[in-house]
Design a binder for this molecule. Structure first.
Ligand SMILES: C[S@@+](CC[C@H](N)C(=O)[O-])C[C@H]1O[C@@H](n2cnc3c(N)ncnc32)[C@H](O)[C@@H]1O
Length: 258
């Protein structure tokens, strides 16, 4: 079957076959991967946020962590395996007793945190599927959480998870002020949302509490802008992830040498 002729008289399909025979589509794909890698690398090189200190990272990664079944990992919109590894290791290493995640989605990170720090209460907040967000979203904010999409009800050891359904723009965070050891900011990615979620994260942080943000990369300008404004607070990047961490000295000191 041939395709409809295009304006130059050749068919779309015969051109794409010719293109494939020459290996041009695979070459185009590889060039595109190279281009994206280059842009990511340039973003990292130009970032005003330094990498987390090697010795601190070694101490964080020296703990043992558990992971969910493979089928729940690396689904579009969820945290990467390297990111999850860091979050779980951090929660264990700092012996977190309370966690607050903004942006549940499937709850795979929620479960991983709850599983690895069973003594902690893990709060997680997502906007109800039928709600219209109060503020503009980022173009990449395409994933929405829902009760039916949650994975943790189907997994063991998720007893300490408290699910909240509300828009983070209007949710009352005040009952959690000064009480959360680990706050994970991963909700809507527009500047307004990231700024507001970050302010709430800071208010919720306990003494020596740690805040982690996801999606610090070139295609999330709202996250980048808000975190660059906060660079003076000593934010650091986690290699191999899009995570940025604010960790006070007291929290670092609590992470023991293995
Ligand atoms: C990138 S996903 C979160 C991924 C998850 N934290 C993980 O680690 O796998 C972003 C989530 O933020 C939620 N979200 C978007 N806007 C929100 C809002 N205004 N308030 C609360 N959650 C929101 C979306 O419904 C979506 O589930």
């Amino acid at each position: 079957m041939t395709g409809a002729p295009n304006s130059s008289g050749t068919s779309q399909q015969s051109w794409s076959q010719f293109h494939n025979v020459l290996g041009l589509s695979s070459l185009t794909r590889r060039l595109d991967i190279l281009r994206r890698n280059y842009l990511n690398h340039r973003f990292d090189r130009r970032s005003p946020l330094p990498l987390i200190q090697d010795d601190l990272l070694t101490r964080i990664y020296s703990v043992e962590v558990s992971f969910p079944p493979r089928r729940y990992l690396m689904l579009p919109g969820t945290q990467t395996i390297d990111g999850l590894f860091f979050l779980a290791s951090l929660a264990v290493a700092m012996e977190a007793k309370s966690v607050f995640e903004i942006g549940t989605f499937t709850g795979v990170s929620t479960w991983t945190l709850a599983r690895n720090v069973p003594a902690a209460v893990v709060h997680t907040l997502d906007i109800p599927p039928s709600d219209i967000p109060s503020w503009d979203l980022d173009v990449d904010d395409v994933h929405r959480g829902s009760q039916e999409g949650l994975v943790y009800p189907h997994l063991p050891s998720s007893g300490n998870i408290v699910q909240h359904w509300a828009d983070s723009a209007t949710f009352d965070f005040s009952p959690f002020y000064d009480s959360i050891d680990l706050v994970y900011v991963d909700g809507a990615h527009s500047e307004d949302y990231v700024r507001s979620d970050s302010e709430n994260a800071s208010r919720m942080s306990s003494d020596n509490g740690v805040v982690v943000w996801d999606d610090y990369w070139r295609l999330s300008p709202g996250v980048v802008k808000v975190l660059h404004e906060r660079a003076g607070l000593g934010l650091v990047r986690v290699p191999g992830t899009r995570l940025v961490v604010h960790m006070p000295e007291g929290a670092k000191a609590k992470i023991r040498t293995p």
